[in-house]
Design a protein around this ligand. Structure first.
Ligand code: ATP
Ligand code: MG
Length: 257
């Protein structure tokens, strides 16, 4: 069975995409899954958060998309966390411009991952906070979309835009694309608005909403500055354990499919 390829996306900035990507990668790896994390954001936060120095990389996702290097050449291993990484840095911002006249420019990531997908159980793609060619590449390569969201005012509204985008990608580039699920992250149980938005979310998305709720937890915010997923920084922390629970849920859904 080939890898389940998940694009972790939300066009809104700072909602927890990278935190979810890095911590799910580490959690799935800790549950004996073979994981590849793809950093599709020129900010390179998933790269740094995996303990890889983004300033001194000879090959990155940029080279992969431009056909200048293959996955094996670009691939780095996250130190200690047990997953593979396709790293990125600001070079990636140039890819969009350079690919503008290329053939099949939306399919670059998909074709690059094609040959390595059978060697993994999960491939997670961390997307930038925009609907640009990089995100389109991720959505074209993915089997499904995992949407992290903060239960705040306007969150549902933003989600409607994302759902429309997914419909367009489905129609034009990737007919098999589905929504894997919506994950409530950075959740504050004491906030009544968060509870309200969470209920609304379940109303809209029903069983697509993951049961696991990731709380606001300072360990999740601290871990990246040490170049570690929370699981490797403070295993017992509520944040780390929430992502392990989310990983189990993902695996359960996969088995049920
Ligand atoms: P961008 O759109 O810029 O790529 P993002 O959606 O990837 O952002 P993150 O970088 O994962 O969002 O998170 C934004 C900030 O919130 C970071 O400083 C991160 O450490 C922090 N953060 C994320 N999740 C949590 C959480 N559950 N508890 C506390 N802090 C969190
Ligand atoms: Mg990010």
């Amino acid at each position: 069975m080939s890898a389940r390829i998940l694009a972790i996306t939300n066009q809104k900035g700072g909602v927890g995409k990278t935190t979810t990507a890095v911590n799910l990668a580490a959690s799935l790896a800790s549950l004996d899954q073979r994981v590849l994390l793809v950093d599709m954001d020129p900010q390179g936060n998933a790269t740094t958060g995996s303990g890889v120095d983004k300033q001194h990389l000879r090959h990155t996702v940029y080279h992969l998309l431009l056909g200048q290097a293959d996955v094996a050449t670009v691939c780095a291993r996250s130190t200690g966390a047990g997953y593979d990484l396709l790293p990125a840095n600001r070079d990636l911002a140039g890819a969009e411009v350079e690919l503008v006249d290329s053939r099949e420019r939306e399919y670059r990531l998909k074709s690059a991952l094609h040959t390595v997908a059978p060697g993994y159980d999960f491939i997670l793609i961390d997307c930038p906070p925009a609907l640009n060619l990089l995100t389109v590449n991720a959505l074209t390569a993915a089997d499904a979309v995992l949407i992290p969201m903060q239960c705040e005012y306007f969150a549902i509204e933003g989600l409607a835009d994302l759902v429309n985008t997914i419909k367009k990608i489905k129609a034009r580039l990737n007919p098999a694309l589905v929504i894997e699920g919506v994950a409530r992250v950075m959740f504050d149980h004491r906030n009544t608005l968060a509870q309200h938005v969470s209920d609304q979310l379940k109303g809209h998305f029903g069983a697509k909403v993951f049961t696991t709720v990731v709380p606001r937890n300072v360990r999740l915010a601290e871990a990246p500055s040490h170049g570690l997923p929370a699981l490797n920084y403070d295993r017992a922390s509520r944040g780390a354990q929430a992502y392990v629970a989310l990983a189990r849920e993902l695996m359960g859904r996969r088995r049920a499919r």
